[in-house]
Design a protein around this ligand. Structure first.
Ligand code: SF4
Length: 498
């Protein structure tokens, strides 16, 4: 393995450092003024030396843009560390692996694993949402690639040993959810991500300081030693208005802050200094709260503004209290204030009846398991019986669960609701970060997030005793449109029944 200096990793793992990163958003196209401005900002940052890495978004907002690796290589050549976003909306698992090989070959080793916004605009219409892997499965793959591994028997290039790839991979989490049903899943999924190899965490952007602090305390309560970076975004008024309307997935922008910004915009600098000062106070306060660094973002920020922001943050860090930076949403659920015994929460009739059937017929200890298995395996051997069996399964599950016949059923793991038909991103290991006030990112104010429904349907995580979920592997597409019951009893699905 080649030892490569990694300023970002070294800074983040050094307890005495407070790591600063800045987010770049390359637009559509291979060049132009936007990119020139980005490169000139990076050049100034290099001379300044305080920013330890530039993170580069991957088709943000679900729109096409220059790939993060392209800009990453430019930045790397300038002597600055890139942190590349790796989103999963646009690539299947083979493309994911191929891109990881490419990035590692070019010493692009810092990765931020994320699912990504649902694809929106694209050439002659909306692009196809891929989501073949989710962020937990991507981290699991990166973990696998870190070790000495050999290509599996039967795969092309079989038994060939491959060089390990020492990526520095992190994940994202939102502490800013307003409902218990959203927030609890965020934390459960965070634990799953960390258990599958995430080495640092970056929060969603927000404006509620109590929520920022909640995330650090949650990680400390779990006795996890991992650097956490707070995402501090400096919006101008037009972006603030867009965020306030709920048009940016997973971002909550409170009315109180928007009203203040409307007033500030009447000053001669259109409120620029006021918003930089507010962000500087936030940075100083987050540093005191135990964050290992901040991830700064903002539209149209030139380097002089960033430098002013960092200078002010340094000055404010000498103060103990910072005012006018806490902007909570109304009726927000806070973990350490509102977590109660959830034993009294009722499960639905649908959950209870399905659970009885599952335990009787589909769990190895159930009284009817052996007979169900034996009938199933008999049907599997006969073409006609197999088709009839599959038809009956399809019909009953389509009526009950809007089943899509993916061939590897995870109804049990999502409280007897089907993520293949219920979640536009087909998330099987917990929700994405895109919901707002419990509504799905793809159908805002219209359709409740699948995982919020799952939370209320049946046995859901307990906020008093968090546990990571068992990672569900990606779907095996060879099973698509086949009988999941047959695949279960013959040991072909994720349960690998013996
Ligand atoms: S249903 Fe929930 S998890 Fe699925 S895409 Fe919508 S917000 Fe994300």
């Amino acid at each position: 393995m080649t030892a490569v200096t990694n300023i970002f990793r070294d800074s983040l793992l050094n307890r005495d450092d407070f790591t600063i990163t800045f987010e770049l958003v390359p637009g559509r196209g291979s060049g132009g003024r936007r990119l020139e401005k980005i490169l000139s900002l990076v050049e100034s940052a290099k001379t300044d030396g305080r920013i330890k890495a530039f993170s580069i978004t991957d088709n943000p907002g679900g729109h096409p843009a220059l790939s993060p690796s392209s800009l990453g290589l430019d930045i790397q050549a300038m002597g600055i560390e890139p942190l590349l976003h790796f989103s999963l909306k646009d690539k299947n698992r083979n493309m994911v692996e191929s891109q990881l090989f490419e990035w590692y070959r070019h010493d692009l080793r810092n990765i931020l694993a994320l699912g990504g916004d649902y694809p929106r605009y694209g050439f002659k219409g909306q692009a196809m949402p891929v989501f073949d892997l989710d962020s937990t499965q991507l981290l699991n793959l990166i973990q696998y690639l870190r070790g000495d591994f050999a290509v599996k028997k039967g795969a092309p290039g079989q038994k060939m040993g491959l060089p390990p790839m020492d990526f520095f991979a992190g994940c994202v989490v939102s502490p800013f959810k307003t409902l218990e049903s959203e927030q609890v899943w965020q934390y459960v999924k965070l634990l799953t991500k960390i258990n599958n190899g995430a080495e640092f965490v970056i929060s969603q952007l927000g404006f509620d300081m109590q929520k920022y602090k909640e995330l650090v305390r949650f990680i400390q309560d779990q006795q996890i030693d991992i650097p956490v970076i707070a995402n501090v975004f400096v919006p101008n008024l037009s972006v603030a208005r867009i965020m306030n309307k709920g048009l940016v997935p997973g971002v909550l922008f409170p009315d109180t802050l928007l009203n203040i910004m409307e007033q500030e915009a009447k000053t001669s600098d259109k409120g620029e200094e006021a918003r930089l000062i507010r962000a500087a106070k936030m940075i100083a306060s987050l540093r005191k709260s135990g964050y290992s660094g901040v991830h700064i973002g903002g539209n149209n920020l030139h380097f002089e503004a960033i430098s002013f922001l960092l200078d002010q943050a340094e000055l404010f860090s000498k103060q103990t209290e910072h005012e006018n930076i806490h902007f909570p949403q109304k009726n927000t659920w806070y973990l350490h204030e509102h977590c109660k015994n959830n034993g009294s929460r009722k499960t639905t009739f649908l959950f209870r009846s399905n659970d009885v059937i599952h335990r009787q017929f589909f769990t190895p200890k159930g009284p009817f398991f052996s007979v169900t298995k034996s009938i199933s395996l008999t049907c599997k051997k006969n073409n006609l019986l197999r088709k009839l069996y599959t038809f009956i399964e399809h019909l009953s599950k389509k009526l009950l669960f809007r089943c899509r016949m993916c061939g590897d059923c995870t109804l049990y793991e999502s409280n007897y609701l089907c993520p293949q038909s219920g979640c536009p991103k087909r998330m099987i290991n917990g929700p994405c970060g895109g919901s707002i006030d419990g509504f799905c990112e793809v159908y805002p104010k219209e359709r409740v997030c699948f995982w919020v429904r799952s939370f209320h349907n049946g046995a859901s995580p307990d906020c008093r005793k968090f546990q990571q979920n068992k990672l569900l592997p990606p779907k095996d597409w060879a099973l698509n449109q086949s009988s999941s019951w047959l695949n279960y009893f013959s040991g072909k699905d994720h349960n690998h029944l013996g």
